[in-house]
Design a protein around this ligand. Structure first.
Ligand code: TXA
Ligand code: MG
Length: 320
């Protein structure tokens, strides 16, 4: 966990936006208003900054995060928009809508954002200050709701401070969020659109679009799992052996802290660095085609809990 810092309250003007943008570009965490709820922002291309989000929120798991961009053109640089996705974007962006889309190979996004999924959740918020901030940072911004894990989503800057003061660099204050509930999450798949989360954009508005087939959770055999209940997480093809003191013959090695040569989550034993490296390290090792990957013990504190959660799931027996 980071040392406590003085969380600054930034005004809703040009100076506040410029300071928030500079902090984000330096990999710091800044909460900012959207029309739904306040988001806890970090540079989505900076793995350490993204890992710091999970640390500040004390999230026990690496759920994938929503990436915020100023317009559809910026979204197209990160993900592939099908014709259905494009008409949803045209109809409802900027606004309380998040689209889950196939990520582009060259998106530059940190692997931690997607938590191993091949899709990325993208949103263009409507709040003018948020859009000014996103344009000014000129980088995609990851932002879950700006509350500690398990607490209510914040709709004022004071709510953010109540939960996260001392754990983030700043809050950009723009009063109360008009919508007050999170964005609606949709995933377009093969001519249909799956509703992954109800939210600020009413499902009726989506259904009313010509030719739109909206599939609610639980409907349809191939329905993607609802967010927060994503059980089929990324797992490497290789088997995992956890809490290993050293690799055995034929095993690839994933270290933490000082120890044997090879792939290492963080030689200095820094859990934020380890979280930032987790998915790319697993992908890199798996690409070598080993039968088994031995993983060094990771302490069960701070971000170590989320890392171990993901490793245990990747190590669990799976079918098919
Ligand atoms: O209104 C909102 O959406 C707020 C503001 C700050 O934008 N953000 C927000 O983020 O609610 P968060 O992290 O609290 O919720 C993100 C949800 C999670 O339930 C997650 O599982 C889902 O989005 N999600 C993210 N990426 C996904 C993906 N690739 N596939 C499926 N679900 C995804
Ligand atoms: Mg939330």
């Amino acid at each position: 966990m980071n040392d406590r810092e003085d969380t600054r309250l930034l005004p809703p003007d040009e100076r506040g936006v410029a300071e928030a943008a500079a902090l984000l570009r330096h990999g710091r965490l800044v909460a900012f208003p959207t029309e739904t709820v306040y988001g806890l922002g970090a540079d989505a291309t900076n793995g350490r900054a993204v890992a710091a989000i999970y640390d500040a929120k004390n999230r026990p798991r690496f759920n994938p995060l929503i990436v915020h961009v100023p317009d559809t053109a910026a979204a197209e640089r990160l993900a592939v928009l099908s014709p259905a996705a494009r008409s949803l974007a045209e109809a409802f962006w900027p606004g309380p809508l998040t689209l889950v889309l196939p990520v582009r190979e060259d998106s530059g996004l940190s692997d931690l954002i997607r938590a191993g999924h091949s899709t990325v959740a993208i949103r263009v918020p409507a709040n003018p200050l948020a859009r000014a901030l996103l344009r000014s940072v000129d980088r995609p911004i990851a932002a879950p709701s700006a509350n500690p894990s398990g607490r209510l989503s914040p709709t004022t800057a004071q709510h953010v401070l109540d939960g996260l003061s001392g754990r983030i660099a700043a809050v950009l204050d723009d009063g109360a969020c008009p919508v007050g509930v999170e964005s609606t999450i949709l995933k377009p798949v093969d001519g249909a659109v799956h509703l992954l989360r109800e939210g600020g954009l009413p499902a009726e508005a989506v259904k009313a679009m010509p030719g739109m087939r909206l599939i609610r959770p639980g409907q349809g055999a191939d329905a993607p799992e609802a967010p927060g209940m994503l059980v089929s997480h990324y797992a490497p093809r290789a088997a995992l052996r956890l809490n290993a003191p050293a690799p055995e013959k034929g095993e690839a090695w994933l270290g933490f802290g000082p120890g044997p040569e090879g792939e290492n989550l963080s030689r200095s034993g820094d859990l934020i660095e380890a979280a930032a490296n987790l998915f790319s390290a697993l992908h890199a090792l798996d690409a070598g085609g080993p039968k088994r990957i031995a993983v060094a013990p990771i302490p069960e504190t701070g971000l170590g809990r989320a890392i171990n959660d993901r490793l245990r799931r990747a190590a669990a027996p799976r079918s098919g």
